[in-house]
Structures are given as C-alpha cells and as structure tokens.
Design a protein around this ligand. Structure first.
Ligand code: XMP
Length: 319
C-alpha cells in the first residue's frame, strides 16, 4: 500500500534513471517546493546537483542567510549564492505598475540565473519544484480560461529557449503532499510548514514604487507580525500571513508630536491551494497587540489596518 516513504523511494529511483551521470541545476527560492526538490535530488544524485540561489533584495528579514546556511552547512549541497539585489532594485526604481514589476523581476531573474548556470559547467538538467496546481493554473488561472489575473513568475521558472532538460519530481503533488514528502526526507517540520512566498517577493507587498527605505520598514513590521503569530500558536492554522506597506501617509499623534507616516495592512488567510481563500478571524486583542507593537517599534508606520477581503473577489496578495 501507498506511503509517502515508498513514494519517496520511487521518486529517487526515477530521478536516478532519468538523470544518469549528468549534472543537474536547481534554483532555490527559499520556499518549500524548491527546497524539497533540492533535498530529494540530493538524496538521489548527491554531488551531481548544484543549487543556485538568486538574492533579489526582495526577501524578508534574514531569509537569504537562512537558506544559504541550511543548504550549504546543514545539507552540504553545493550552492551558488548570487547577490543581485542592486540590479533588481535599480531596475525597479520608479516602477509602480504591478505587471511591469513582475516582468522586470522575471526577466532579471532569468538573466542572473542564466549567468550562474554558465558557472556550473556542463549541466544537462534543470530541476524545478512545479506542483500540480501550477500545472493547472498555468492553463487556466482563477479568472477563467483566457483571463490572466497575474502573470506568475515563479522563481526557478523555465526560461524560454534554455538548453536544459527538465526534472520536475513534484508535478503530481499538492502542497500538503510536498510537505509530507519533505518530512519523509527528514526535513525539519518548521521548515516544511513555512507559508508560501511569491517569487517577486516583497515587491508585490509594496504597492507603488519600491525603495530600500520602504523595504526596510516593511521587513521590520513583517517580522513583528510573524513573531506574534508564532508566539500565539497560530502559524500552522494560517496559509499565508504578511504585511503590506501602503503608499499612503496618514496623520497621527505620538507623545506631544504630530506624525505623518505610512499606513500598513495586515493580511492573513486560510486556504488549501491558494486558489480561493478566507481572511483569518483573529481575536481583536491579537490585532490590537500587533498594531501597538508595529507602531511603537517601526519608525515610518503610524497606522495599522486588517484586510478582511476573501478570494474571490480579492486576491491573496495586493498586487
Ligand atoms: P494571489 O495573490 O493571486 O496569489 O491570490 C495566489 C498565490 O500565489 C502567490 N503569488 C505568486 N507567486 N509569483 C509567485 O511565485 C507571483 O508573481 C505571484 N503572485 C502571487 C501568492 O503569494 C499566493 O500564494
């Protein structure tokens, strides 16, 4: 009978057969899907695998260091860590339109990734953490057969015209199955339960123009929000939770003074596949505590709101 362990062993045998003695490249995004793909590949083919992590400068606080140390030090997987944040932030300067942001990020990612692959030498395969819902969603996204709501640029997405053959071991799996596979591979439960994070990262959580200053403000607020969610034991009940930094300044009062700073929105949803979602029903006391901490601890934010929109009609991200 079927178990995740036997599935894992089957996958490993299949990968060995597909890849033979060739070299494989895997793009790591820091997320669950690409990480499970990399660990599975490493189990199957060891040092024939090289991972590439492109730092876009659009990650959450400390995220890049965590990914790099997990894969290099803990798993001992050869890893190219490419800090391309200057390139991404320079190209995004002054850009407000969500789809233009995605296009710039997607194109820059491919360019940087391509340069990195050249350094690996003669790899024949590219491994991707494509899931079953990605396969479906690329055919018909939520708006119906011919409507593109958002052009997803998944980190690790196959650049057109790339010379690689594909290895996509997760193609038949849903997110919860990928998490179970990660556990069967001995990955830490906290790691495999991480919330999904979009390829364009914090860029689509800052409606309007992206600046380093706004990124820093958003990272601080987001860290506090997630800290509180974890310490209240709510992390695993939520599909995704994050802060959105709004392009709006509002007037406030602090001590004897007037403030004129950014407003932010907290977002948290439950979902099973990201296709539909409900807002998470936090206690008001929880929301009040997060708001107080953000306003007291994050210079630049003086107002906090909670987004109670479900999907549909909203989307999970604001852009
Ligand atoms: P939306 O906002 O469309 O998001 O309800 C559904 C899921 O997809 C993620 N998302 C993205 N992921 N590139 C990605 O890799 C993107 O451009 C992108 N846009 C949204 C979102 O975080 C949620 O999990």
């Amino acid at each position: 009978d079927w178990t995740m362990e036997s599935f894992r062993d089957e996958m490993i045998a299949k990968i060995r057969k597909q890849v033979g003695k060739e070299r494989v490249i895997c793009g790591l995004s820091g997320g669950v899907d690409s990480s499970v793909t990399a660990v599975l590949l490493h189990e199957a083919i060891g040092d024939q695998l090289t991972c590439i992590y492109v730092d876009t400068g659009l990650m959450r606080a400390n995220e890049s260091q965590q990914v790099v140390s997990l894969f290099r030090e803990h798993y001992n997987i050869p890893l190219i860590h490419e800090d391309a944040s200057d390139l991404f932030l320079t190209r995004l300067a002054g850009v407000s339109d969500p789809e233009t942001k995605r296009k710039i990020i997607g194109a820059s990612f491919i360019e940087v990734f391509d340069n990195c692959t050249a350094r690996v030498g003669d790899a024949a395969f590219l491994a991707q953490g494509t899931l079953y819902p990605d396969v479906i969603e690329s055919v018909s996204f939520t708006g119906g057969p011919s409507v593109t709501i958002k052009s997803h640029h998944n980190v690790g997405g196959l650049p057109e015209g790339m010379k690689f053959k594909l290895v996509e071991p997760l193609r038949e799996l849903f997110k919860d199955e990928v998490r179970a596979l990660g556990i069967a591979l001995g990955m830490h439960p906290d790691f495999v339960k991480r919330h999904p994070f979009p390829g364009p990262g914090l860029a689509i959580r800052i409606p309007g123009e992206i600046t380093r200053e706004k990124l820093d403000i958003l990272r601080k607020a987001d860290t506090i929000y997630l800290e509180e969610i974890r310490s209240h034991g709510l992390y695993d009940a939520i599909w995704q939770a994050f802060v959105v930094l709004l392009p709006v300044r509002t007037v406030g009062v602090m001590g004897d003074g007037r403030t004129y700073d950014y407003a932010c929105a907290l977002r948290a949803v439950t979902s099973t596949d990201g296709m539909t979602a409900d807002y998470f029903p936090f206690d008001h006391s929880f929301l009040g505590k997060v708001a107080t901490r953000i306003i007291n601890e994050v210079p630049g934010i003086n107002r906090v709101t909670y987004d109670i929109t479900s999907k549909p009609p909203g989307t999970i991200e604001w852009e």
